[in-house]
Design a protein around this ligand. Structure first.
Ligand code: HEM
Length: 402
């Protein structure tokens, strides 16, 4: 890997925004504006019981008129919102198992073109779902907004924008990766150590951004409202067979729901630091399989970036081979920053999923703890086992003295 931003262009990584789409479009030309106007009024249409009728009235559009990557990404985002809203309705259990052909056909064609699945993914609702209020102002929560919302007021805005801000904090660390690989190749420990220090401090900043979630996301609304609309149809008892995309496939298809597990950021630093998720027992194999599966929900350029990192030199082996205590300590600071992010993430999951789930099952009079389906993340994992396994594997990557 050369130390050049040209290389990142190939992988759709932006110097400032990292994996996020820089300055997403907010409008589509006619006739695709029909998708946008429904997506923009989604919470109101759902409340009025009009959403499904409006979706059913849409013309079946060819996607050939969507010019360029940004129009296609906005189309995918808007159709993703429409699909989630169509399937989950008011979120109260009245679920649709068939997506009508007028939306299923363009959605599946566009998904194929972008190399994404036909469901709302993180690359849609976080990476391509933002704008600045004042275009000349800073990239801060106060100066930013999302393009489309689900019911639940500003909860979605909080969840999506905080995820985006975490991504952006980590973006500065992505820049350093080519320097790291070059330093390892040239056996330049000093440059490597400086670059690792930079990574550790960016990951620390990412953790600080994470803290802001408490200011903007309400646990009850997240759990009872937003989570429903992010849910997928893979391993979901509400749609056990999956969703039938009418006019595209003859049988229902299963896809996992939107989750930050589809972010490339954590996986990118795992690869760089040599965190091997499959290295432990059976639980780590299934955690690693889930993380690999999540790569298929990322834009192909980002997936390719992760694969290309895997073929780079091993930073961990180099640090080990040098036997230099100070270099090892700096490397460990990076791994420790990943552990801290994951520990903090687990606290968030406890507050936003496990505690509300326990409360809900108590209200329902279910005897022990949360029910089976509440234990699942929107990506469909048995979340406690999965998250603990991933954290433990990261911890085990820390290098011991001597
Ligand atoms: C209310 C806030 C959040 C909740 C409730 C939450 C919940 C979850 C759950 C349940 C999983 C397990 C996979 C699944 O089934 O979806 C997961 C995985 C993950 N989440 Fe979050 N999450 C939140 C915020 C974030 C944010 C802001 C980020 C960072 C951008 C993030 C990054 C990840 C990553 C990278 C994974 C994969 C596991 C790992 O690599 O450690 N999450 N999350």
């Amino acid at each position: 890997m050369e130390n050049s931003w040209k290389m990142f262009e190939e992988f759709h990584i932006d110097e400032e925004m990292g994996f996020a789409l820089p300055n997403p479009l907010v409008e589509l030309p006619h006739p695709y504006d029909a998708w946008i106007s429904i997506a923009r009024n989604l919470p109101q249409l759902i409340e009025d019981g009009q959403l499904r009728t409006e979706v059913e009235k849409l013309a079946t559009l060819s996607i050939d008129g969507l010019q360029g990557h940004k129009e296609q990404r906005l189309g995918h985002l808007a159709l993703g919102y429409l699909t989630m809203a169509y399937v989950w309705g008011r979120g109260g259990g009245d679920v649709r198992k068939v997506l009508p052909s007028n939306i299923a056909i363009p959605y599946c064609r566009l998904s194929e073109k972008l190399g994404l699945p036909p469901i709302l993914v993180y690359a849609d609702c976080v990476l391509a779902n933002w704008k600045k209020k004042d275009p000349s102002g800073p990239m801060t929560y106060e100066n930013m907004d999302i393009l489309f919302s689900f019911p639940g007021g500003d909860c979605g805005k909080g969840f999506f924008l905080i995820s985006l801000l975490v991504e952006m904090a980590a973006a500065s660390a992505i820049k350093v990766i080519p320097i790291i690989f070059k330093a390892v190749q040239c056996e330049d420990s000093e440059t490597l150590q400086d670059a690792l220090r930079e990574i550790a401090s960016c990951l620390k900043r990412a953790l600080e951004r994470f803290h802001q979630i408490h200011d903007y996301v309400d646990p009850d609304i997240f759990f009872n409202v937003l989570r429903i609309y992010l849910s997928g149809w893979k391993g979901n008892p509400s749609l056990p067979e999956g969703l039938l995309y009418e006019g595209v496939w003859d049988t229902p298809k299963q896809f996992a729901g939107g989750s930050a597990a589809q972010s490339s950021v954590f996986q990118c630093f795992d690869v760089l630091l040599g965190v091997q998720h499959a290295a432990g027992g059976a639980s780590s194999v299934s955690a690693a399989e889930f993380l690999q599966e999540m790569r298929t929900y990322m834009p192909p350029a980002h997936r390719n970036f992760l694969r290309s990192l895997e073929s780079g030199p091993s930073v961990r082996e180099f640090v080990l081979s040098k036997g230099d205590a100070s270099l090892r300590e700096t490397y460990n600071k990076c791994v420790q920053a990943m552990v801290s992010l994951r520990k903090y993430h687990f606290q968030i999951v406890t507050k936003y999923i496990l505690i509300p789930a326990r409360r809900k099952s108590k209200e329902k009079g279910t005897s022990k703890g949360s029910s089976k389906s509440e234990d699942k993340g929107t990506g469909g994992t048995s979340l406690v086992d999965f998250l603990k396994t991933v954290r433990r594997t990261t911890e085990k990557t820390l290098l011991k003295e001597g």
